[in-house]
Design a protein around this ligand. Structure first.
Ligand code: 7TS
Length: 408
């Protein structure tokens, strides 16, 4: 494969990849669930706890100041990574789930009333369905759903027709975690804005695979998880347009999010702190900053090229092998393949592959409405990172052959 990446050097950065599972070299193909962490990120966590663990924003003492500066530097880095107009538009959260819940609650309180409409799509992760259902229940609003074609592409025309003068917000994934479909978010945002509707992009699977420019996209809300982009667990974020965030009430009350508290009433802090109640995941934010540097250093063109090549190779090999049904064949896909080995339950196949050291995901991928749409209980999913190799894909194909020998 023609790639600019030095795969040996890159794989050496990820200590977990060199281990054996059930006596076999680990083949890690569950990157859509969480990516592995490079030593540089692990070091950042250790350095923080060894050298400058302290709470942020609260202390005049040295350690607190060092921690605060490091934490706020990551906010600037992340805001600039997304090309946000201002770093106060970047709110740290635990991840995509918390970011979506924050918007569902807070935007909902500010803007959604009885009879209003929220639009999601059939291919959403439960994290981008359930918070909106909860909002609709709370406000007696209506949830509408964009249909999907058999190949996993959203029905764009149906989408435009779903938007009415009662629509308050559209919430849609950048990339589907269950099918790999890359949604045309620029066009979807344009249509929403033309009709005066806000739109939230669930970027959990988007940001790990390519750069996003929230200003170029004219995006109002973009949510992400650090752990899916080579950073630590427990940290993620919400990019939100300042003009909207300013009109939205806080999501949680507590320390940090206030200006002044008295028993007569409380005034709230400015952005982004209004939405960051309590002690944040300081070390994890710092680790996320290191992950961003790591990815920038490798280079996004090289990352995209390698992942695209892996997707292409794996798709070709599966078609060549036969007896495999790929679920989700959109022309624009990220580096993941949902599939079924014909006649074999995904769980049985996944268990055998695990015995061979191959980690893939089986099940509904937290997208049960999508599985219902395709009339299947679940799939097997192999999701590739730039650190994966074509040799590992060959091992997956050999594993699938073994599964077929055992069960068919
Ligand atoms: N949205 C999408 C599109 C996702 O893929 C996920 C997690 C989430 C939201 C939630 O992210 P979290 O970090 O807050 O949990 N997806 C998966 C997955 O595909 N397998 O495990 C988790």
């Amino acid at each position: 494969m023609n790639t600019k990446l030095d795969l040996n050097a890159i794989r050496n950065d990820f200590p977990i990849l060199s281990q054996k599972v059930h006596g076999k070299p680990l083949v890690y193909f569950d990157n859509a669930a969480t990516t592995q962490k490079p030593q540089q990120v692990i070091n950042a966590l250790v350095d923080y706890y060894k050298g400058y663990n302290a709470n942020v924003h609260r202390g005049v003492h040295h350690l607190s100041q060092v921690a605060t500066e490091a934490y706020e530097d990551v906010r600037k880095k992340m805001a600039s990574f997304l090309n946000a107009a201002d770093s106060s538009e970047l709110i740290f959260t635990r991840g995509t789930t918390e970011s979506i819940n924050m918007v569902a609650f807070s935007f909902g309180e500010a803007f959604v009333n009885e009879g209003d409409e929220i639009i999601v799509s059939t291919i959403e992760h439960h994290s981008n369905i359930v918070p909106w259902q909860m909002l609709c229940q709370r406000k007696k609003a209506i949830l509408k759903v964009i249909p999907v074609f058999d190949n996993g592409v959203l029905d764009f025309e149906a989408y435009t027709k779903l938007i009415t003068n009662r629509t308050k917000l559209v919430a849609v994934a950048h990339i589907s975690n269950a099918l790999g479909t890359i949604n045309p978010i620029a066009e979807m945002i344009k249509v929403a804005h033309e009709k005066g509707v806000a739109i939230l992009i669930d970027g959990a699977q988007g940001l790990p695979h390519g750069k996003v420019d929230v200003q170029a996209l004219d995006c109002y809300f973009y949510c992400f998880s650090g752990h899916k982009m080579y950073g630590p667990l427990g940290i993620g974020g919400l990019y939100g347009r300042k003009s909207l965030l300013d009109q939205m009430p806080p999501y949680q009350g507590g320390g940090e999010m206030i200006k002044e508290v008295s028993f007569k009433g409380t005034t709230f802090n400015e952005l982004p702190y209004k939405f960051e109640a309590g002690t944040p995941s300081i070390a994890d934010a710092i680790g996320l900053g290191v992950a961003i540097d790591y990815l920038d250093n490798i280079g996004w063109d090289a990352i995209e090229a390698q992942e695209h090549a892996l997707l292409q190779y794996a798709t070709e090999q599966m078609i060549k092998e036969g007896g495999i049904t790929i679920i989700g064949t959109a022309p624009h896909k990220a580096s993941l393949i949902s599939f079924l080995v014909d006649g074999i339950h995904p769980f049985d196949a996944g268990t055998i592959l695990d015995q061979l050291g191959i980690a893939i995901r089986t099940g509904h991928h937290c997208a049960q409405p999508l599985m219902d749409r395709f009339g299947i209980p679940g799939t097997m999913r192999a999701s590739f990172s730039f650190y994966n190799t074509t040799e590992e894909i060959d091992q997956l194909i050999a594993g699938i052959r073994r599964v077929k020998q055992m069960f068919l």
